[in-house]
Design a protein around this ligand. Structure first.
Ligand code: GDP
Ligand code: ADP
Length: 185
């Protein structure tokens, strides 16, 4: 089975439910491993260093970037985000499927630079519902919400670039669909 993908990329607009879906996927599938990204964004209430992100000062982020420490990186809504290279090869060689929950530019870099990835786009049932979810989450400033919604339009326009699209309407149905795709990838 040479066609198996060990890198699963999950992309989709902010507030669509990526974090919620990924958390449940990890609980239910022990063969999945989530890559923890580095970011220059400030931690939200309840976010934990090393669990949600590695929170880095911009200077430190640049150093890691210059040293080639990121598999991919991108700027999103005024902050930098990157996937640390360390551990990814190790987890793949242990037989894990590695999940990357990243935005569009990062997904494009992975497509270009990595041998084989399977890329899933998570779409909202509607733009209105997306806005309600971001606002309902209650974690972001009005400015951050506006930037995320503007970016969401560009991301949704890139939907055709992805191997599969899953609409996150009923969460259990979305999870089953992602699990089916991951198994088949
Ligand atoms: N390219 C890239 N994007 C990332 C990485 N980590 C997180 N992201 C994306 O950055 C965007 C913003 O993430 P975050 O600030 O946590 O906000 P949220 O999506 O609104 O919860 C999301 O689309 C994430 O998927 C990474 O390592 N690389
Ligand atoms: N299928 C769904 N139906 C309704 N609300 C959802 C669904 N999936 C996630 N949510 C809610 O939407 C909000 C944004 O989800 P989150 O996982 O933080 O999104 P993302 O990681 O894509 O930014 C959260 O409040 C979450 O509980």
């Amino acid at each position: 089975m040479t066609s198996m993908s060990s890198l699963i990329v999950i992309t989709g607009p902010s507030g669509v439910g990526k974090g919620t879906l990924v958390e449940k996927l990890l609980e239910r599938n022990s063969s999945l491993w989530l890559s923890i990204s580095a970011t220059t964004r400030s931690p939200r209430e309840g976010e934990v260093e090393g669990k949600n992100y590695f929170f880095l000062e911009p200077k430190r982020f640049s150093e890691v970037k210059e040293q080639g420490g990121f598999l991919e990186w991108a700027e999103f809504a005024g902050n930098f985000y990157g996937t640390p290279k360390k551990q990814i090869d190790e987890k793949i060689s242990q037989g894990k499927k590695v999940l990357l929950e990243i935005e569009l530019e990062g997904a494009r870099q992975v497509r270009k630079n990595c041998d084989k990835s399977f890329q899933i786009f998570i779409a909202p049932p509607s733009f209105e519902e997306l806005e309600q979810r971001i606002r309902g989450r209650g974690t972001d400033s009005e400015n951050a919400i506006k930037r995320r919604l503007a970016r969401a339009k560009e991301e949704i326009n890139a939907i055709k670039e992805f191997d599969a699209v899953v609409i996150n309407d009923h969460i259990e149905l979305a999870l089953l669909e992602i699990e089916r795709l991951v198994k088949a990838s």
